[in-house]
Design a protein around this ligand. Structure first.
Ligand code: AMP
Length: 372
């Protein structure tokens, strides 16, 4: 009798386990998108690929529970090595903590795998936007839209800076917009201790928007992100990449050809070998901002638009300054006449997020520890 009870209990436990497993299986389904398979919770229907980045593929989907469209990003094998694991963990923690209308919000996170040993893929569910900024750059925007997009970028950046996050890698593909002209930043840029480059991924990294202090390996401060905003504004005006270098060397050439060789006091801030290289480049006088961004590039058909064009050019001339100590700050940019028409303290001065793990960037763990 005793024996039977024990056996029954064991059987029941196994059944229970199996049923739960089946139940769990029933919560997910798989669908092929491009070269990848998405295994997602059933609440997410109608998956369609909308983009891909260094970390994986992004789909739009309809969330039956929230009754709205969402974006789902599959982090493809985030535990394949420490760099990927670190990046995935950092992104997840930051996305969960930051709550600002100009930074993408996280709605859900899940994995279809059932145990730590199987744990492979992570899916992030986010608010769905309509397009990334690469697509918007092709369009002819009026000053109202142009300045509103910039204002929102600056609000998002200021909020990140308030949390001690200096992005350093803002680019059009990581900024998304809606047709009502609202804008959100998608990622959190380079970690302070980021291992960049060769070993990370075969994916080609876009460096056109990186500031001289990043290209030249100098120290940096918060206004490193202003350079990127300047490059993005320039591209929205010109419809062409401003500094399209094949590599950092070529990119530096593009910078000095247009803006001119920087002054001696800037060169003195470089470390010896970089300074030798920079000093040995041909000298360029650079062009005035009127030449770099002539009137024809801007909507300037009325007195109002002419004024706006000259304000936009003035802002460009203050953002695209090689020497960071002479470049405009985020706060100053928000007060600039081209931008301050949108100033709303609730958006600009929202209290900074609290990041629980201040040592996020310095942490070293094995892949197994990151999974846990
Ligand atoms: P990522 O992997 O984050 O670099 O994203 C790659 C691309 O997917 C972006 O350039 C966007 O085109 C698109 N994308 C990512 N997240 C979203 C989102 N929440 N809404 C709309 N499009 C997105």
């Amino acid at each position: 009798m005793k024996e039977r009870t024990f056996l029954d209990a064991q059987k029941a436990a196994i059944e229970d386990f199996a049923m739960n497993k089946n139940k769990r299986d029933r919560e997910f389904y798989s669908v092929d998108v491009g070269d990848s398979t998405f295994t997602v919770l059933k609440r997410y229907q109608n998956l369609r690929p909308i983009g891909s980045g260094a970390q994986g593929i992004v789909c739009s989907a309809y969330d039956q529970i929230l009754e709205r469209n969402v974006a789902i990003k599959k982090l493809s094998r985030p535990f394949q090595n420490q760099t990927h694991a670190k990046r995935a963990y950092r992104e997840l923690v930051l996305m969960k903590c930051v709550n600002h209308k100009n930074i993408i919000g996280l709605l859900n996170v899940f994995t279809p795998q059932k145990s730590l040993e199987d744990f492979q893929d992570v899916y992030l569910v986010m608010e769905l936007m309509d397009a990334n900024l690469c697509q918007v750059i092709q369009m002819e925007l009026d000053h109202e839209r142009l300045s509103y997009l910039l204002y929102q970028m600056l609000c998002g950046i200021k909020h990140l800076h308030g949390a001690g996050i200096i992005h350093r890698d803002l680019k059009p593909s990581n900024i998304v917009v809606k047709s009502d002209c609202t804008l959100k930043i998608l990622d959190f840029g380079l970690a302070r201790t980021a291992a960049t480059g060769l070993l990370m991924t075969p994916y080609v990294v876009t460096r056109y928007y990186r500031a001289p202090e990043v290209i030249l390996g100098m120290g940096y401060q918060a206004n490193v992100d202003i350079w990127s905003v300047g490059c993005i504004l320039a591209e929205m005006v010109r419809h062409k990449i401003l500094f399209p270098g094949r590599d950092y060397i070529d990119q530096w050439n593009k910078v000095i050809e247009q803006l001119g060789t920087p002054s001696q006091d800037f060169l003195m801030k470089l470390n010896h070998s970089v300074r030798t290289y920079v000093e040995n480049r041909p000298r360029y006088a650079g062009y005035t901002f009127e030449k770099l961004f002539p009137d024809v590039l801007f909507p300037a058909d009325s007195d109002h638009n002419k004024l706006k064009a000259s304000q936009a050019r003035d802002l460009l001339s203050k953002m695209l300054v090689i020497d960071a100590s002479k470049r405009i700050s985020v706060d100053e940019a928000l007060q600039h006449p081209y931008i301050n028409v949108w100033y709303d303290p609730a958006e600009v001065e929202a209290p900074p997020p609290k990041i629980p793990d201040r040592t996020l960037d310095e942490r070293e763990h094995t892949v197994e520890e990151w999974k846990g």
